[in-house]
Design a protein around this ligand. Structure first.
Ligand code: THU
Length: 134
């Protein structure tokens, strides 16, 4: 699966976003190691706080399907510049693979790739819990 194909799958989710408050649709597509793809969109809520970002919506689908080996996550919004995952999404994704690739698409069709640990340095993850004294 090429990066631009994953971005296209994320883009296809923009029309599904439930965004009555922000009017800011986001689409995401997760590629797992076995080749399965899970897509997601942001889902807002009248209480604002319970809003689920597109990346976490896609992640929930993968985890509920028992597919925890995440290789890449593509993210797009209707913005001029790249749309990067928010801090909560970075932390949530970090749990499953600090080395996963984050693929961000821009309006002009250009694509940028990072590893998650580049976007969330010095992160707290599952390994951190094993570092407890005694
Ligand atoms: N949003 C995402 O879906 N993913 C991100 O990583 C950044 C923010 C959504 C949440 C909210 O519905 C809207 O974008 C505006 O913040």
């Amino acid at each position: 699966m090429k990066n631009h194909e994953l971005i296209e799958m994320a883009k296809a989710m923009l029309s599904k976003a439930y965004v009555p408050y922000s009017k800011f649709p986001v689409g995401a597509a997760i590629l797992c190691e076995d080749g399965t793809i899970y897509t997601g969109c942001n889902i807002e809520n009248a209480a604002y706080g319970p809003t689920i970002c597109a990346e976490r919506a896609a992640l929930c689908r993968a985890v509920c399907d028992g597919n925890l080996k995440i290789e890449k996550v593509a993210v797009v919004a209707e913005t001029e510049d790249y749309c990067y995952p928010c801090g909560v999404c970075r932390q949530t994704l970090y749990e499953f693979n600090p080395r996963m690739k984050i693929i961000c698409g821009r309006h002009d069709g250009t694509i940028k790739e990072h590893t998650l640990d580049e976007l969330l340095p010095c992160a707290f993850g599952p390994v951190s819990l094993n570092d407890k004294l005694s």
